[in-house]
Design a protein around this ligand. Structure first.
Ligand code: F6P
Length: 556
């Protein structure tokens, strides 16, 4: 690997892409009609994913220049360095090895003299055995009753992945066992999630990589108090905590300080970033909900995508091409955001999950050697399930002035195959959903011309408002069904898309220093918020005035 990041703007490919982008006016209607090879060329397979990149705003020339850019920034070497466990997280001096979390047990990878695959499977086996004890009822609460609710306490990467997957894999959950997730320091979150729970049948998992996160530790203390106050009189507090609290963390000493028996703690390693950790023991709540076999399928899905990214030739490498397309949109066509639109209600938390993955990773303004980037990085990812989004924000994507590249995700087989038979027609509702999925990317790509609008008999004065310009780029991702394996492939796909973008930009996609200042200031502000006038006086005038408003208004 080269010693420093390559400034991508110094490459020949960047100059070439700039020239291509100047006045780029590809017409997707013509492009697809004129080149019968284009759709097959841009229809790719990665694991179970069927990916159509043909409705993006690019052509052979742009594609070749993007692939050249990847070569010129040494992307392949950086990818190999990641998989090999080199310390590519430079600002934290860490390896980046979430891909080792899903290596099969018979693989081996030695980092700093340690076989990380053996470590991973040792923890996985313990997590699986623990999950089976909870699922079977062998593991009980302190009063001997079986566990009915698992509450995961965690935030960011220690929350978003488990919640997203718990929702996505709802059909795979065990009956009689529910999970709830407490993340926010807003006491409403704990208040609402604890409401109605029976302490005797509730198990808490405190999930925190650092075991130092204010939100998680505060919520864990609230839950501990809640439990001890509500268990039947006479319950031994230490035994109660031991039976009702387990932990997932890299900091097992802090777990012990909290009073959790480290026999009931599941570790992971500093080479797993928080936002890349849902397939580590951080997924314990999910393992309990869906069971070890399904969790193993999820890991196999992740691994299949890792292998695809690591070995597929550039021209058919889906994460590589999706990541490069995003660079094209951000740096050459001026896109600021990227929509992710799952036509699958079960993926309703997927965009939120991707927000941390992509934006905490690539929201950076300096390269990994500290030099300032002179180009945009890190687009804003956002989205909602279709068709709900169609009735909310799609108007802007269809007819607004901004370029919003969008990924559409759908499955051939539904989780709930319902039929609308009220009129005796037997309408397959999933087909209505899919018709919308296909229609939207078609409308976005090909639009409706003024002539076509006029031909529908629309009055001249209304023609402009009813014209769709088209040429709005989309990627369509399909799979047979939303299984654990497919979910693993989808998540790994976006992990690697994020990696590709970060590698081109020369940034460290694995640190997150930008979240620290706010945490520090919140700690400093606590006395002022609590009413210490001296401290309040040291704040800036705007913050002073806001705190004063709070102090005058609270309790009213
Ligand atoms: O503050 C950001 C962050 O560090 C995320 O990167 C991380 O996922 C989250 O906080 C939670 O951290 P932890 O798992 O250490 O509690």
């Amino acid at each position: 690997m080269s010693l420093g990041p390559v400034d991508p703007t110094t490459t020949g490919a960047w100059a070439q892409l700039s020239r291509l982008a100047d006045g780029y006016d590809l017409d997707l209607r013509r492009h697809l009609a004129d080149d019968p090879a284009w759709v097959p060329h841009q229809t790719l397979t990665a694991g179970d994913l069927h990916v159509d990149l043909s409705k993006n705003l690019w052509d052979d020339g742009v594609e070749a220049a993007l692939l050249r850019l990847a070569d010129e920034v040494d992307l392949g070497a950086r990818r190999d360095a990641m998989f090999a466990g080199e310390r590519i997280n430079v600002t934290e001096d860490r390896a980046v090895l979430h891909t080792a979390l899903r290596l099969p047990a018979d693989a081996s990878l030695t980092v700093d003299g340690q076989d990380v695959v053996a470590d991973v499977h040792e923890v996985l086996d313990r997590a699986y055995a623990f999950a089976e004890r909870v699922r079977s009822g062998e593991w009980t609460g302190v009063t001997g009753r079986r566990i009915e609710t698992v509450v995961n306490i965690g935030i960011g990467g220690s929350d978003l992945g488990p919640v997203m997957a718990y929702e996505a894999l709802e059909p795979y959950r065990q009956d009689g066992l529910t999970c709830r997730f407490i993340s926010n320091i807003d006491p409403t979150d704990a208040g609402q999630k604890l409401a109605g729970l029976d302490p005797e049948t509730t198990l808490f998992i405190v999930s925190s990589k650092t075991f130092g996160t204010l939100e998680t530790l505060t919520n864990a203390r609230l839950c501990k108090t809640w439990l001890l106050e509500r268990l039947p009189p006479g319950s031994d507090p230490a035994a109660a905590v031991a039976q009702h609290f387990v932990a997932v963390s890299t900091a097992l000493d802090k777990v012990a300080d909290f009073g959790i028996d480290t026999d009931n703690a599941f570790g992971f390693w500093d080479w797993v970033g928080g936002r890349y950790s849902m397939d580590s023991a951080i997924g314990l709540s999910l393992v309990i909900a869906i069971g070890p076999d399904h969790f193993a399928d999820l890991l196999a899905g992740f691994h299949a995508m890792d292998e695809h990214f690591r070995t597929a030739p550039a021209a058919s490498n889906v994460p590589l091409k999706m990541g490069l397309l995003n660079v094209w949109y951000v740096n050459f066509l001026g896109a600021h955001t990227h929509a992710v639109l799952p036509y699958a209600q079960l993926l309703h938390r997927f965009p939120a999950y991707l927000q941390q993955l992509t934006m905490e990773s690539n929201g950076k303004r300096v390269r990994w050697d500290g030099t300032a980037v002179g180009y945009d990085t890190g687009e804003v990812f956002w989205g909602e399930p279709g068709t709900n989004g169609q009735h909310a924000f799609y108007q802007l994507i269809h007819q607004g002035t901004r370029l919003v590249p969008a990924d559409f995700i759908a499955f051939a087989n539904p989780a709930y195959p319902l039929v609308d038979d009220v009129d005796g027609q037997g309408v397959d509702v999933h087909e209505l959903l899919l018709a919308n999925f296909f229609a939207q990317t078609q409308a976005l790509a090909f639009g409706r011309t003024a002539d076509e609008v006029r031909a529908q008999g629309v009055a001249d004065n209304l023609v402009p408002a009813r014209t769709f310009p088209g040429n709005r780029p989309t990627t369509s991702i399909m799979a047979p069904a939303l299984t654990p394996g497919v979910l693993g492939q989808l998540v790994a796909l976006y992990e690697h898309v994020t990696f590709v973008e970060g590698a081109v930009w020369g940034i460290d996609s694995f640190d997150q220093w930008g979240v620290e200042l706010g945490k520090e200031l919140a700690q400093q502000l606590r006395p002022a918020v609590a009413g210490d006038a001296d401290v309040t006086a040291h704040q800036d005038p705007s913050t002073q005035s806001l705190i004063r408003y709070y102090q005058e208004t609270r309790g009213r």
